[in-house]
Design a protein around this ligand. Structure first.
Ligand code: PAF
Length: 282
C-alpha cells in the first residue's frame, strides 16, 4: 500500500489509473480506524480496481467547542488496518494541503442538512460537504463508500453528488456493531467502562421502536415516545433528538404512510460523549 500526502501526487496517480481504465473506489475517513471502516474498505475492494482510503481529521466540520484537538489519532495502526482491508493507497493530507493559505470556499447542501445534526451542529455539514467535494476532486472516484452509522451524512453526500452532477456513485454500507449492539465509532473510546455499558441503550431504543412500528404503529409521536422512554431508562443521558423521519428526505409527517420508509434517528450524550445511531424500517 502506497501512502500519499500531497494533493498534487494523488491527482497524478489517480489520473494515470483512470487512463488505464481502472475503477477507483474511495473511502473517506477521519482515521482511528475500526472494523466499520474496514468493512467499507472491503466493500470498495470487492467493487473497484483501486481502493483509496483517505484519513483527514477535517477541522471545518468541528465547532470550536467540539473535540477536534482531542479526536483520537493513530496512523500506524490505521496503516495496518487499511492495508489488511485491501487498500492500495492511503491518502493522508495535512491541513495545509487541503486548505492552503487563502482557502475561502464553502459547499452548503440544502434540505437534508437542516434537521437533526443540522440543528445541534449547525456548521457541521458545510464542513463535511466542503471536504468531501475536495476529496472527490482529488481522488476522482467511480464509487465512494460511507457507513450507514452517519445516515444523515449519507443523504447529504448523495444530495451533493446529485445537485452538482458529480460522476460518483455513493454507496451506503451497513452499520457495524459490537456484539452488544453498540454501533462502532471512533468516539466510543471516550466512554468509561460504565458509560460504555449504558451506551447500548441507543440500539435497544431503536430496536424497541422498530418492533413498535412492525406491530402496525405509524404515528410519529407515538414512535418517538417509545425511543425516548427506552433511552431515559438509564441515568445520566441527555437526548439531543430521538426521532422518526422519512428515510429519503428526513421529513417528519404526523403519520407515516403504509409504504413509506422510516428512519429512526437518535443522538444522545452519555456522560460527556455524544453518540449517534439509526435504524431503517422499510
Ligand atoms: O464520516 C466521517 O468520518 C467524516 O465526516 C468524513 C466523511 C470523512 C468527512 O470528513
Amino acid at each position: 500500500m502506497q501512502q500519499i500526502t500531497s494533493a498534487h501526487d494523488i491527482q497524478r496517480v489517480v489520473l494515470a489509473a483512470r487512463r488505464e481504465g481502472k475503477r477507483i473506489g474511495v473511502v473517506p475517513t477521519m482515521g482511528y480506524l475500526h472494523d466499520g471502516h474496514a468493512s467499507l474498505m472491503r466493500a470498495a475492494r470487492a467493487a473497484c480496481d483501486i481502493v483509496i482510503a483517505t484519513i483527514f481529521v477535517n477541522p471545518l466540520q468541528f465547532a470550536p467547542s467540539e473535540d477536534f484537538t482531542r479526536y483520537p489519532r493513530d496512523i500506524e495502526r490505521d496503516r495496518q488496518i487499511a492495508e489488511e482491508a485491501g487498500c492500495n493507497i492511503l491518502f493522508t493530507p495535512t491541513s495545509e494541503e487541503m486548505y492552503p493559505e487563502g482557502f475561502k470556499t464553502t459547499i452548503s447542501v440544502g434540505g437534508v442538512s437542516a434537521p437533526f445534526e443540522g440543528i445541534f451542529r449547525p456548521t457541521h455539514f458545510n464542513g463535511v460537504a466542503t471536504v468531501v467535494t475536495k476529496l472527490f476532486i482529488l481522488t476522482q472516484p467511480d464509487k465512494a463508500f460511507f457507513g450507514q452509522k452517519d445516515y444523515q451524512q449519507c443523504l447529504v453526500v448523495k444530495k451533493l453528488v446529485r445537485d452538482l452532477a458529480m460522476p460518483v456513485e455513493v454507496v451506503m454500507c451497513p452499520t457495524q456493531r459490537e456484539s452488544d449492539g453498540l454501533a462502532m465509532s471512533s468516539r466510543n473510546m471516550y466512554l468509561s467502562a460504565e458509560e460504555r455499558s449504558r451506551a447500548t441503550i441507543l440500539y435497544a431504543a431503536l430496536q424497541a421502536a422498530q418492533q413498535f412500528i412492525m406491530q402496525g404503529n405509524r404515528t410519529r409521536l407515538s414512535i418517538e415516545a417509545v425511543l425516548r422512554d427506552v433511552l431515559l431508562s438509564v441515568h445520566d443521558i441527555t437526548i439531543d433528538y430521538a426521532a422518526a423521519a422519512d428515510s429519503e428526505d428526513l421529513s417528519q409527517p404526523d403519520e407515516f404512510a403504509p409504504q413509506q420508509g422510516i428512519v429512526l434517528l437518535v443522538a444522545a450524550r452519555i456522560g460527556s460523549t455524544r453518540l449517534i445511531d439509526n435504524l431503517l424500517v422499510r
